[in-house]
Design a binder for this molecule. Structure first.
Ligand code: NAI
Ligand code: AKG
Length: 419
């Protein structure tokens, strides 16, 4: 039987544990999700028929605080994927020292095939089904692949009608008009951007370097904009349908207009832009590769084709453990997902804090706090990696596991569970 995604992810935990003196109880606690709830959501379609969709919410570990993590709408979503994403959230929140545990949710659906009204009914049905698990002190969702602020707004509204009071801190990534935070829209990319800029000298990249980006949604498109603004050259971009490349670079404005109007493929043939099979982005000649779509993009069979010297993982889990070893042996530096894409959950935390205090920060304050956190945790992880001669990923896991172990031990033997 082939290893599940969670089995693969747990190898990082075993690896990190070798670098710390841990009570075996700590590992036992972190190897299994605390609770995963599944249901079928039944909604009315516009034509009057009914249709049902599998849905899950996993609260992987709440030792350090309420569970936190996005909700994904994707036709290939599985329970294994949801639990693995929730495991990664547990470590990501610990990496950033946020007072949260890790959670994640998904609906197995292709939202592009639903009308707006059907999508709203599905989003509200999700909140109805999981409102007993979700709550501002218990489990706090946010956007992920193919979900967005509008969907978070419908879910927040549904939660308010279920509990009979406005409760904006129940969900983050909301529209600004409903208590969303300034700066949450581009926070995932901006966090990775601040991290990359902070480490440019050590990584040997900077303005003028060539970048390839897989995925042109929230994370990928904002990263393209931020890097292009300071002079990085975007030489390749792909989405689920198409890929484009140009050694001279493609201006960000042209990419965003094409994506909005006629699709990335509409750029092919003008100004030296060529077509790219989306999966071939892995081997594009570039300095920085930014996976910003789904898991397992780089695996043992294509790792040798990577030409970039730095990979910034805005996606969760884009590199398999086997590929990680191959890349590290070749001297490719990976800024790992649990650090590089943590800007999203960090600004989600800022949103939750603002909702709870009822006082809102300026976008400049958000950026300043995000930058300070990314730089401090990124620097600590880089130092740990060079002291121990381990990869940035291993160092990030060691960094997080130390914090998780301390919290697990501090709880004592009769840990309070929020069930
Ligand atoms: N939105 C957020 O706040 C955060 C997102 N992430 C991660 O970032 C990644 C992307 O998420 P978002 O940008 O939010 O999603 P999104 O839904 O905004 O965009 C996803 C993009 O991936 C593309 N895509 C899907 N399958 C693809 C394939 N096989 N090849 C190339 N492109 C493909 C889609 O066309 C789309 O452009 C995911 O791994 C997500 O978990 C991580 C942290 C926070
Ligand atoms: O903003 C959040 O709470 C979580 C975002 C997320 O799902 C992720 O970091 O993978």
């Amino acid at each position: 039987m082939s290893a599940t995604l969670l089995d693969q992810a747990l190898t990082r935990l075993d690896d990190a544990a070798q670098h710390l003196k841990l009570d075996p109880d700590v590992l036992e606690k972190l190897k299994y999700p605390r609770e995963t709830t599944k249901t079928r959501l039944l909604i009315r379609m516009d034509d009057g028929s009914r249709k049902s969709f599998m849905a899950w919410r996993c609260r992987y570990d709440d030792t350090r605080g309420p569970t936190k993590g996005g909700i994904r709408f994707h036709p290939d979503a599985t329970v294994d994927e949801v639990e693995t994403l929730a495991f990664w959230m547990t470590f990501k929140c610990a990496v950033m020292n946020l007072p949260y545990g890790g959670g994640k949710g998904a609906v197995q659906v292709d939202p592009r095939k639903l009308s707006k009204a059907e999508l709203e009914r599905l989003s509200r049905a999700y909140m109805q089904a999981f409102s007993g698990i979700i709550g501002p002190d218990r489990d706090i969702p946010a956007p992920d692949v193919y979900t967005n602020a509008m969907i978070m707004g419908w879910m927040a509204d549904e939660y308010a009608s279920i509990v009979g009071r406005v409760s904006p801190a129940v969900i983050t990534g909301k529209p600004i008009a409903l208590g969303g935070s300034l700066g949450r829209d581009d926070a995932t990319a901006r966090g990775g951007f601040y991290l990359l800029r902070h480490l440019e000298n050590e990584l040997g990249v900077g303005p003028g370097s060539r970048v390839a980006i897989q995925g042109f949604g929230n994370a990928g498109s904002h990263m393209a904009r931020l890097l292009a603004e300071i002079g990085y050259r975007i030489v390749a971009v792909s989405d689920s349908r198409h890929g484009v490349h140009s050694a001279a670079g493609i201006p960000f404005d042209r990419l965003i207009e094409a994506k909005r109007d006629a699709g990335l493929a509409s750029l092919v043939g003008s100004d030296g832009v060529g077509a790219l099979v989306p999966g071939d982005i892995v081997g594009v000649d570039c300095d920085v590769l930014v996976p910003a779509a789904l898991e397992n993009l780089i695996h043992a069979d294509n790792a040798a084709s990577v030409k970039a010297k730095v990979i910034v993982e805005l996606a969760n889990g884009p590199i398999t453990p086997a590929a990680d070893d191959l890349l590290s042996a070749r001297g490719v530096t990976v800024l790992p997902d649990i650090l590089a894409n943590a800007g999203g959950v960090t600004v989600s935390y800022f949103e939750w804090v603002q909702n709870r205090q009822g006082y809102y920060w300026t976008v400049a304050e958000i950026h300043e706090r995000l930058k300070a956190s990314m730089e401090a945790e990124g620097r600590a992880i880089l130092e740990r990696a060079s002291e121990r001669k381990i990869t940035m990923r291993s160092a990030a896991y060691v960094h997080a596991l130390g914090r998780l172990a301390e919290a697990i031990e501090a709880h004592g033997t009769q840990q309070f569970f929020t069930s």
